[in-house]
Design a protein around this ligand. Structure first.
Ligand code: NI
Ligand code: MN
Length: 231
C-alpha cells in the first residue's frame, strides 16, 4: 500500500514499493515542515511542480546528496542540471513516462513558473502530477487555479488520493477547491498550501465541511505536518 506523508505546504513524501519519492521538497525555510533536510530518508525521486521557491525548495540539494532522479518540465530540469543535478528526466504537460517505481504523468496547472531570486530564470510551465505506483494513484495538483479539465483528469484516472491547494491568493481557495475535488472525485482528498504564511491562511475544517455537504462519498483527510495517509 502506498503512503503519503505531508511535510507542510505542498511537500509530500510518498513511499511505494521500492522507492521514496518527494514532491515539492520545500524543507529549509518551510515553517510547517517538522523535519530538517538531514533527517530525510534516502530519496530516490524528486518531483517538482514549478520553479517557485516554495516548491523547488531544496530539490537541487536533495538530488545531489541522494543521487536522486529529478522529474519535472523540460525547462526546470535543464536549469537544475545546470546547477549540478546529475540525473534528470525532462517531461512536459500531457506526457507520461514509466519508471521502475511506476508511472508519472504531468497534468496542467494554471499558475506561473520562474525562479525569481537572485535573478529571474524562466522554468517553463507549472504542472501537477499523476503518480501511479504500487497499484494506487496519487494526484498532486501543484499550485493551480480551478480549471474545468479537472473533470477529465477525474474521469480518466481512478484517483485514490489527491493533494489540493486551498489557501487562496496564489491558488484555489476553499470554494474552488471543493469544486475541484468534486470533479476529480478521489477516494481521499488532502488539503495543502494553506497556513504556511499569513496570506494563505485557511481553515481546512471549512473545506472538509463544505465538501461533505456537496458529496459524502469523498473522504477529506486533514493532516498535520508529519502525518501520513495510506491510499
Ligand atoms: Ni507557485
Ligand atoms: Mn506555492
Amino acid at each position: 500500500m502506498a503512503k503519503a506523508k505531508w511535510l507542510g505546504h505542498s511537500c509530500v513524501l510518498v513511499t511505494v514499493e521500492g522507492a521514496k519519492i518527494i514532491i515539492d521538497p520545500f524543507i529549509k525555510g518551510n515553517p510547517q515542515c517538522p523535519i530538517q533536510l538531514e533527517q530525510l530518508p534516502k530519496i530516490d525521486v524528486v518531483l517538482v511542480t514549478h520553479g517557485h521557491a516554495d516548491h523547488l525548495g531544496d530539490a537541487i540539494e536533495i538530488c545531489m546528496a541522494h543521487d536522486a532522479l529529478l522529474i519535472g518540465v523540460y525547462e526546470l530540469c535543464v536549469y537544475c542540471q545546470s546547477r549540478g543535478v546529475r540525473k534528470a528526466y525532462p517531461m512536459h504537460i500531457g506526457g507520461s513516462a514509466k519508471f521502475s517505481f511506476g508511472m508519472v504523468k504531468l497534468t496542467p496547472a494554471i499558475h506561473g513558473s520562474a525562479i525569481t531570486h537572485p535573478s529571474t530564470v524562466y522554468t517553463g510551465e507549472a504542472c501537477g502530477f499523476i503518480l501511479v505506483a504500487d497499484g494506487s494513484t496519487l494526484y498532486h495538483a501543484g499550485d493551480t487555479a480551478l480549471f474545468g479539465d479537472m473533470k477529465l483528469i477525474g474521469e480518466r484516472n481512478r484517483i485514490d488520493c489527491a493533494f489540493i491547494p486551498i489557501g487562496d491568493n496564489f491558488t484555489m481557495g476553499i470554494d474552488d477547491a471543493v469544486e475541484a475535488t468534486l470533479m476529480l472525485h478521489p477516494k481521499v482528498v488532502v488539503p495543502m498550501h494553506y497556513d504556511t504564511f499569513p496570506v494563505i491562511k485557511a481553515d481546512p475544517n471549512e473545506f472538509a465541511r463544505k465538501l461533505s455537504e456537496a458529496d459524502k462519498t469523498i473522504r477529506c483527510c486533514i493532516l498535520s505536518p508529519g502525518e501520513e495517509v495510506e491510499y
